[in-house]
Design a protein around this ligand. Sequence first.
Ligand code: M7G
Length: 339
Amino acid sequence: MLRKRRQTNMAAVSTKRESNREASDELSPKNKKTKTDHENSQGENGKESEENVLSGFQTTTVLSDSTREKTIFVHGKLDDQNAVVILEKTPITEDALAEIFTASTLKLDMRNDIYSTYRLQAPPHLNELKATVVFPATEKHVKKYQRQESFLVEETADDYQSITLPFIQKQSFSVQWVYNILEKKAESERIVFEDPDPKLGFVLLPDFKWDQKQLDNLYLIAITHQRNLKSLRDLTSEHLPLLQNIFQKGKDAILQHYSLPASKLRVYLHYQPSYYHLHVHFTKLGYEAPGCGVERAHLLIDVIQNLQSDPHYYKTRTLSFPLRADDGLLSQFKEAGKL
Ligand code: M7G
């Protein structure tokens, strides 16, 4: 189904604006051609994007799929090592319509009275899939993407110290990708905004779930330069200046780069996160991003106010969150008789 989309040009959304003039040129409707991921990935990854790294991929199993979301999560092998590949049909954007109508081939499926359906083959460049590759993937990655039943856990402050903290210290995902971003070893050309202050600063960039072709599913993350904050649980009133800085400058940068005001944003932290290095999610209001439900997402504005009323709010409160059936942390809670 075609949805009406903003005419905003997304061509250069992943690059830093050099000046206001350039920014307004890029956002003007007449310059609406959208960069493909291929074009976007030129630069530091330009060479890599030329070759088909997936040509040797051997499917082991489909971890999950969704007809509605038009996604499939596949576990397989690449060079005898585990890999996870996520394929996703990308949305149809308004600026592609003219070319879709003029340059596609149509095969009639059926016609009845005023109704007809066709199989439409769009030109290849308008018919892309977004492919996300995790390679080599750990067992934890494979589990993360497997469809699973979930259970809600109520974690007291003591539970955090005795169950969760020891578990995440042993078992959490590597945050090397985060350090690569902070050190400009990866994705540097995608940075939208940076405050380099070591205490209050952060890097704002597109989340890898966002293809950056339309604002409807806008998704950015702000990653703190401070490396000693794992999650919400580590925050006290001491961190209010950091959180306020991320909130204010993140919103300002998104307004400047994407013309989206704060009233169109959902700004939140996950508890539990997958990656234990403090980061904040900025998504477009109305976009049902994975993990934006009340059992996992904590609005940054609420986090700030909770810390203003009680400096140790997140150190002392019971926090609820969902855990998937095969999550090792769930087993730990069960073993401790908490579930
Ligand atoms: P989270 O709350 O720790 O976990 O968020 P979640 O993945 O269960 O939501 C981490 C966020 O970082 C997610 O929104 C990921 O999509 C995003 N992300 C993960 N990786 C490995 C990357 C990456 O390499 N680059 C970028 N730009 N985003 C990533």
